[in-house]
Design a protein around this ligand. Structure first.
Ligand code: NAI
Length: 326
């Protein structure tokens, strides 16, 4: 039996992974995130299972390689937190390329509906017996234009959700997807014409701070920005300036560029040391969720099933369908 060091483990992970348990793999759950300080917990293990806010840099890869750990199974689609160059030829990187794209697409729409119809504010008001409607005016989504940046599995599903609301759908992606139900345009056109812009592309070196003061300048006044992809796609300082000036009408953020230190943990009894996050959270037209777009039962089951299949394939010397290489 092979032993896996499972980092950043939460109760919901244990529940879904136990449902797909097999006799080949024994999982040791650790609450710690994987980084240079915690990597030694994997010393006696055969493999590692990691998530979006683990730090899998050269230092961590060197240590795993030294311990004889030959595989890291990412239980997510993105792998921007893995130094693939350092891993090449030493540690195999596996991932879950697809698991309920609906989970993320539906969360993106949830953020739009909440921001537009001010549901977050209405919820607090009525709990306080404040039944005033002042300041809660939204707009019909029907007939408005949504611009989708990245039209892969999630972006395509999100387009279908938007189509259900009767929206005009624009897309920008260097690789067009035949199943995308919108019209492809250049990035500049998408920025200029969209009432709502939603990011569904992976984080790469090229698109770091894709949303910056320069791209915000090209947007319609009052445009909404929705990010359920990766925090570093947005320059948060530029977003704050855009929100302050009114150029950006609202922002729904499931991810944040400095989320690694905070997201997934409870700091409700503390003053958080991140003034930028505190500023943005304090704005009435911003909603921040803690990287939870994937968090549906269907997605968790899909993640557990594919991660365990990936590990079994590795340990049995089978073809690695979900390997990530440089
Ligand atoms: P995918 O690989 O199916 O699609 C991504 C698309 O983005 C591809 O068509 C690609 O050509 C396109 N793309 C790449 N760079 C681009 C750029 N600069 N501009 C426009 N398009 C670009 O990936 P999928 O499954 O749709 O996931 C998208 C992203 O969603 C992931 O990379 C991940 O960062 C994020 N994600 C977030 C989750 C959450 O819980 N918040 C959960 C799962 C994924």
């Amino acid at each position: 039996m092979k032993t896996i060091a499972f980092f950043d483990a939460k109760a919901y992970d244990k529940e879904s992974f136990s449902r797909f348990a097999n006799d080949e793999i024994n999982i040791r759950y650790f609450e710690n995130k994987l980084n240079a300080d915690t990597v030694s917990m994997a010393a006696c293990c055969d493999g590692v299972c990691a998530f979006v806010n683990d730090t899998i840099d050269k230092q961590v890869i060197d240590k795993l390689s030294e311990y004889g750990v030959g595989v890291i199974a990412m239980r997510c689609a993105g792998y921007n937190n893995v130094d693939l160059k350092a891993a090449a030829g030493r540690v195999k990187i596996l991932r879950v390329p697809a698991y309920s794209p609906y989970s993320v697409a539906e969360h993106a729409m949830g953020l739009i509906l909440t921001l537009n119809r001010k549901l977050h504010r209405a919820y607090i008001r009525t709990r306080d017996h404040n039944f005033s409607l002042e300041g809660l005016i939204g707009f019909d989504l029907r007939g408005k234009t949504v611009g989708i940046i990245g039209t892969g599995k999630i972006g395509r599903c999100f387009a279908d959700v938007c189509a259900g609301f009767g929206m005009n759908i624009l897309g920008f992606d260097p690789y067009e997807n035949k199943e995308f139900g919108g019209k492809y345009v250049s990035l500049d056109k998408l920025l200029a014409q969209s009432d709502i812009i939603s990011l569904h592309c992976p984080l790469t070196k090229e698109n770091h701070h894709l949303i910056s003061d320069k791209t915000i300048e090209k947007m319609k006044d009052g445009a909404y920005i929705i990010n359920t992809s990766r925090g570093q796609l947005i320059d948060t300082a530029a977003l704050i300036d855009g929100l302050k000036s009114g150029k950006i009408g609202a922002a729904g953020l499931d991810v944040y560029e400095e989320e690694t230190a905070l997201f997934f943990e409870d700091y409700s009894d503390e003053i958080i040391p991140d003034d930028t996050l505190s500023t943005i959270i304090s704005m009435p037209n911003v909603i921040v969720t803690s990287h939870q777009a994937f968090l549906t039962r269907e997605a968790l089951d899909g993640i557990a099933e594919t991660t365990l299949e990936n590990l079994s394939a590795y340990f049995n010397g089978e073809e690695l369908k979900n390997e990530v290489t440089i």
